[in-house]
Design a protein around this ligand. Structure first.
Ligand code: F6R
Length: 608
């Protein structure tokens, strides 16, 4: 979603800001801009479309200066045009502002500002804030920002500069991630560490309600009552190469191929094979607390919600604890039943998804113990949960989530194993699951080695306009995930369904034009899936099946078969999802789609 970069120091700001924006491109955006203090005033350049377009505009007349702010915008209020691109200037041009988030009461504020003579030049909610800051300005920018923020409702990560208080950037956060980077004689503001990693590894994450003043000679962080805050400095441990393509055509392909490693990293130091047990240091729950869990709620969005569904089945099967999965956006607005022994598991790759964060806060407020399964270290969910399991999958840059999904399922399996073994699960069964987990990286690699087979399949199906994905049990969520991957990046309409439920409606769609992907490993529900395959074949559907063994009853029923290795039932979605990710990827590439930045999507959805 929207990205922010700010710089103050001895270097020319514009090239540095543009480079930072490029590092944020993966998050999804549709316009971009910069504002630089040029010695006399604030100079802005903005453009609709990609950063390359902004660079052309800048090249015509580059703004010169050593302090500035920049932004990539993902449209919410108003179309993605140049006039709606950030930075936005206040009515008199003295304040420039970039903003992530949504000002919910902007309409009322705008009307009253207009009544006081302020003229607006965009359709955005952000411009209201620029004008409120102008109105509150009495010589000190941070005081004006604090005063303006008191009037707004909603969420924001902002960076502000002023031609009347020229030596500082003021940044503030509520509900939208923001950090400051500490360089050598220079300082940065960013919504994501990847924007500034070339320059520094030392960062301070702002919390909600904090305001940072960043100048050439240092920084200060205060709360909205101007009380100084003492904040820890965090060192970023990953490298720039993690956010580069490393020879792959796309980030998504690189991330698909990284999965043998990322899945190993999720398990590293956590699996005790001989005891069939797992060690999870970050849960912050005693054995007694773990044993007294009465029910589990898992909440998440999108792909993370699919892994949550798999987690639900694992926990109910092996721990025998009632578990419910909720879309975070629904959970937060109903009246969920949470008791003192409710465990709320929150799953999020980014750790910043607005709905998931709000759902976690709601669960905490009602007294649940919260556990975050998060990939991005230092993200808001990771900082606010009671405990958690980091995925350690490394930065995921492709907008379509791949390696985070498999790591989420593995992390859920590790957690289930621990909880189940503390309860009734036998050592033997524990060992079997632990061994199956340990075998996954090699098995994933063996599937990836056969990627050309999937590429050939993609060639066959690249012109389809609909797809149906069917699975049962643990592989119903895998079907949902396969369909989501395809629709996100290839724009082919795809639906995931429980295989038998297909008879209650979607079967009407099946004819010789409809590709149907069955996820049919030899698991507890295999025989049932075979019947569903026959039902589709009888209606001339074109069947692609992900299977694990030769099956006589399927002879002549399947058009394209792809075999994956066998594993325990609960881990089959990890292996099944690899060919499905590859299928979506290759079809999208063959349709000339922008795989890493699909239209309308954002990597981290930080608005409701
Ligand atoms: C799909 C995808 C999204 C995310 C969803 C939640 O490929 O990436 O559906 O899974 O927006 O994001 P996180 O996991 O960051 O909370």
């Amino acid at each position: 979603m929207c990205g922010i970069v700010g710089y103050v120091g001895p270097q020319r700001a514009t090239p540095l800001l543009v480079d930072g924006l490029k590092r944020l491109e993966y998050r999804g955006y549709d316009s971009a801009g910069v504002a630089v203090m040029n010695g006399k005033g604030v100079e802005t350049r903005r453009a609709a479309g990609k950063i390359a377009r902004l660079e052309q505009v800048i090249a015509e007349e580059p703004p010169l200066g050593t302090l500035g702010i920049a932004h990539t915008r993902w449209a919410t209020h108003g179309p993605p045009t140049e006039r709606n691109a950030h930075p936005h200037l206040s009515h008199d041009g003295t304040i420039a502002l970039v903003h992530n988030g949504i000002i919910e009461n902007y309409s009322a504020l705008k009307q009253s500002l207009q009544a006081r003579g302020y003229v607006f030049h965009s359709d955005t909610d952000t411009e209201v804030l620029a004008n409120l800051i102008q109105e509150a300005f009495a010589g000190n920018l941070e005081a004006a920002v604090i005063e303006a923020l008191r009037q707004v409702e909603g969420t924001y990560g902002i960076a502000v500069i002023s031609s009347l208080d020229t030596e500082k950037i003021v940044a503030a956060r509520k509900g939208s991630p923001l950090l400051i980077g500490l360089g050598d004689g220079e300082y940065f503001v960013a919504s994501d560490a990847s924007a500034i990693l070339r320059h520094t590894r030392q960062v301070i994450y702002l919390d909600d309600g904090e305001v940072a003043v960043v100048a050439r000679d240092g920084y200060r962080i205060v709360d909205l009552d101007a009380h100084a805050q003492d904040k820890p400095v965090t060192r970023i441990e990953w490298d720039l190469e993690h956010i580069e393509k490393g020879g792959y055509a796309h980030f998504m392909l690189k991330e698909i191929f990284e999965q043998p490693t990322t899945v190993s990293n999720t398990m590293r130091g956590r699996l005790i094979l001989e005891e069939g047990f797992s060690k999870l240091g970050g849960l912050n729950m005693t054995r007694e607390q773990l044993l007294s869990v009465d029910n589990v709620i898992i909440t998440a969005c999108g792909t993370s919600w699919h892994s949550a569904l798999i987690g639900e089945m694992m926990i109910e099967e092996l721990c025998r604890i009632p578990t419910e999965v909720e879309y975070a956006s629904e959970f937060r607005y109903r009246n969920p039943i949470i008791g003192p022994n409710t465990l709320c598991i929150v799953i999020s790759q980014s750790g910043e998804t607005a709905d998931t964060l709000a759902a976690m806060r709601e669960a905490k407020r009602r007294g649940a113990h919260t556990l975050g399964l998060v990939n991005v270290v230092g993200s808001t969910i990771a900082r606010e949960d009671h405990g958690g399991i980091y995925l350690h999958a490394g930065p995921e840059i492709g907008v379509a989530s791949t390696k985070a999904f498999t790591s989420q399922v593995v992390a859920l399996a590790l957690f289930t194993l621990k909880l189940a073994r503390l309860r009734d699960l036998s050592v033997e069964r524990g060992r079997q699951i632990a061994q199956a987990l340990a075998d996954l990286p090699k098995q994933i690699q063996s599937i990836l080695d056969r990627a050309p087979e999937i590429e050939a399949l993609a060639e066959e199906f690249k012109r389809a306009s609909n797809f149906l994905y069917l699975g049962r049990g643990y592989n119903f969520p895998a079907a949902l995930e396969g369909a989501l991957k395809l629709k996100e990046i290839s724009y082919i309409h795809a639906e995931g369904y429980p295989a038998a439920e297909m008879k209650h409606g979607p079967i009407a769609l099946i004819d010789e034009m409809m590709p149907v992907v069955f996820i049919a490993p030899h698991d507890a529900v295999f025989e049932k899936v075979v019947s569903n395959i026959q039902e589709v074949k009888a209606r001339k559907g074109r069947i692609i099946a992900i299977t694990t063994r030769e099956e006589p009853s399927l002879k002549g029923q399947i058009d394209y078969e792809f075999r994956i290795p066998e594993t325990v039932d609960l881990l089959t979605p990890v292996l099944a999802s690899i060919p499905l990710q590859l299928l979506a990827y290759y079809i999208a590439v063959k349709r000339a789609c922008n795989v890493d930045q699909p239209r309308n999507l954002a990597k981290s959805v930080t608005v409701e």
